[in-house]
Write a protein that binds this ligand. Sequence first.
Ligand SMILES: NC(=O)c1ccc[n+]([C@@H]2O[C@H](COP(=O)([O-])OP(=O)(O)OC[C@H]3O[C@@H](n4cnc5c(N)ncnc54)[C@H](O)[C@@H]3O)[C@@H](O)[C@H]2O)c1
Length: 477
Amino acid sequence: MKHARHFFINGEWVAPSTDTTMDVIDPSTEEVTETIALGAQADTDAAVAAAKAAFPAWAATPLAERVKLMERVREIYIARADEMADAISREMGAPQQLAKVNQVGAGTWHMDGFLEALPEIEFEAPLASSPSERTLLEPIGVCALITPWNWPMNQIVLKAVPALLMGNTAVLKPSEVAPLSGLLFAEFLEEAGVPAGVFNLVNGDGPGVGSQLSCHPDVDMVSFTGSSRAGIAISKAAADTLKRVSLELGGKGANIVFADADANAVIDGVARCFRNTGQSCNAPTRMLVEASRYDEAVAQATKAANETEVGLASDPGRHIGPLVSEAQFNKVQGLIETGINEGARLVAGGAGRPDGMNRGYFARPTVFADVTPDMAIYREEIFGPVLSILPFETEEQAIAIANDTPYGLTNYIQTTDTDKRRRVARAVRSGMVETNGKGFGKGSPFGGYKQSGNGREAGKWGLHEFAEVKAVSGWDD
Ligand SMILES: NC(=O)c1ccc[n+]([C@@H]2O[C@H](COP(=O)([O-])OP(=O)(O)OC[C@H]3O[C@@H](n4cnc5c(N)ncnc54)[C@H](O)[C@@H]3O)[C@@H](O)[C@H]2O)c1
């Protein structure tokens, strides 16, 4: 990759201030696929200074021009989609088809969602109770965008596009584990003609560039997606400068399968849990099944897991790929072993690699039955292809189990009873509730309750996230 060892600052690809580097490992092969530069304080400062200097002119740029820039970015993104899919596949192990259709596709989907939602945004509106007053939406300033490795382009687009559309300037720090897609995205912005300083990229790790951005006095907002651990560290680092902090964090979603659910509900739930090798914040990792259907569900999930194919990211097909890194592999293995030691009933998969695989961070699609609330696999976000199943007797009990977690990102409900579906959807404490396998529409708000975060991304909600609200009295007087 042309600019792997550079940062994009003030409209140019620049050399880092130190010679610290980090290898990007292809998780299918465990081989180095690229080497990137890691930034230091001087690089962070340069990027923030460029974003700060560019802010007044960009904030004053007519919306139509900012939209035009994003439309150009979208065209380039589509024209270079194969390159992007290849980068994502190499950096985090998404198999080709998943990388192209879902990972890259999520970026286009969200760009469209923002562009289509823009007419709904009232940049200037009278107040109903005082019509001569105006409520103005204005950009916040310099936004630090800190993103994870699991859906890299999804996350970057959800932040960079609304930030710039609303007139902010930005410094992106992609995950150091999967930085190639972010570098490519910066190339797209450069090719589209982004004005110098409006969008900047510095690679680096969390304790380095990540925390430097979080406490930087000239950063006005941090938009973060990643673990709850890092979300807490960022909130603390940001506290002294009282900057805005928008958080999209982990999850431990429940998938409530009532006895009257569609025949495919369990099999679909397993596939949903294992999607992206289980590395999704909104994965339905706890399947709660009504007692009368429990034994059948465990048998169906066992079969589905045993039939789930695992393979190289470079292979075509709908198989699942490796976990992202050695650290993630070890974490998942450890939690599988803990599940066994704590007495959960292992019905599929288990520790170690799938048969016939002796390298790559591949895990076995794993299902535990009879999981109980005291177990680590019930409580912790595993971020691997590991499903926990447990029975419930009543609707109230199912709701209580679903809510028995510090997280509140996505819950899932499977029932053909409309009243029950609506009742339970209201009762579960999460930012999103997916029912009967129906996906969300373009621009639907994405975000969590409780320790899953405080932000909402995508569509009009995602645009509002990057705006200040100003009240002006006597506007018409
Ligand atoms: N809610 C959502 O929208 C959403 C979406 C995707 C992923 N996630 C979560 O992301 C996590 C997986 O991603 P990850 O392992 O990359 O998460 P992570 O928290 O380890 O890293 C995410 C980003 O934060 C940076 N970072 C780490 N420590 C930091 C610190 N102290 N200060 C500043 N920055 C820091 C990292 O360098 C990286 O860029 C999971 O918990 C998953 O649930 C949430």
